[in-house]
Design a protein around this ligand. Structure first.
Ligand code: PGA
Length: 254
């Protein structure tokens, strides 16, 4: 794995709109694997649907598996039917909140201003924001991938962000759920541009932000992708739903 900076490594699972109470058995299996296999050098986080955050967080205390959420509202409380505040997520036992996932940006019209407000709310609650950025296939084909991603970072990351409160995930939209991934060279080019963007904005502490790669990560490509320079972990969708697959990705950090 990358050792080119001081950032901590994280294997994060995003269950999206998948999972019922019975799905806890996958996390029981994952906890068993974490206890019996070699201890990984990365943190382990699962972000299930809101309905499962509280019960999973409670049951996983002491296992080394952290529980996060996939979104939040930017306001602390009030008349926002169907929304969930960061205080509610903290109260439920979440440690991290994903904000600005491309599915939220596309399905719910979230722009950088909204994403930044959500990230600020997450940090204000003492939780860690995982801020997502990524280009579409058309944007990559037009040669604009790096400027799209760094532009999203400029707009979505609060000025008050620190390496302890914000993680950035590079998720090319065309690689999510498709089985396609960028080449390691493309990932390194993007992550190095992201690192440079953070250092230009935050100075030396820019080297401390964890940069995750997300998009069709699976056990068979995890070591290669996690070994890329400036990649400090993975944000995993489909392959986080099965304990054996997710543990196979964590293997990249054993
Ligand atoms: P995927 O999703 O691993 O299923 O491609 C990644 C994500 O959207 O976080």
């Amino acid at each position: 794995m990358s050792t080119s900076n001081t950032a901590k490594s994280l294997a994060a699972g995003n269950w999206k709109m998948n999972g019922l109470k019975a799905s806890f058995e996958e996390l029981e299996d994952l906890a068993v694997a974490l206890a019996s296999d070699a201890k990984p050098s990365c943190g382990v986080l699962i972000c299930p649907p809101f309905t499962l955050v509280a019960s999973f967080a409670e049951k996983l205390v002491g296992t080394g598996i952290l529980i996060g959420a996939q979104d939040c509202h930017e306001n602390a409380s009030g008349a926002h039917t169907g929304d969930i505040s960061t205080a509610m997520l903290a109260d439920a036992g979440a440690s991290h909140v994903i904000v600005g996932h491309s599915e939220r940006r596309a399905d719910h019209g979230e722009d950088d201003v909204t994403v930044q407000a959500k990230a600020t709310a997450v940090m204000g609650e003492g939780l860690v924001a995982i801020i997502c950025a990524g280009e579409t296939e058309g944007e990559r084909d037009a040669g604009g991938a790096v400027s799209v991603v760094t532009g999203q970072m400029d707009g979505s990351i609060p000025d008050s962000a620190t390496p302890d409160t914000v993680i950035i995930a590079y998720e090319p939209v065309w690689a999510i759920g498709t089985g396609r991934t960028p080449t390691v060279g493309d990932v390194e080019e993007m992550h190095s541009a992201m690192r440079a963007n953070l250092v230009a904005r935050f100075g030396d502490s820019g080297n401390g932000f964890s940069l995750l790669y997300g998009g069709s990560v699976k056990p068979s490509n995890a070591s290669e992708l996690m070994g890329a320079a400036n990649v400090n972990g993975a944000l995993v969708g489909g392959a986080s739903l099965k304990a054996s697959d997710f543990n196979g990705i964590i293997d990249a950090y054993r």
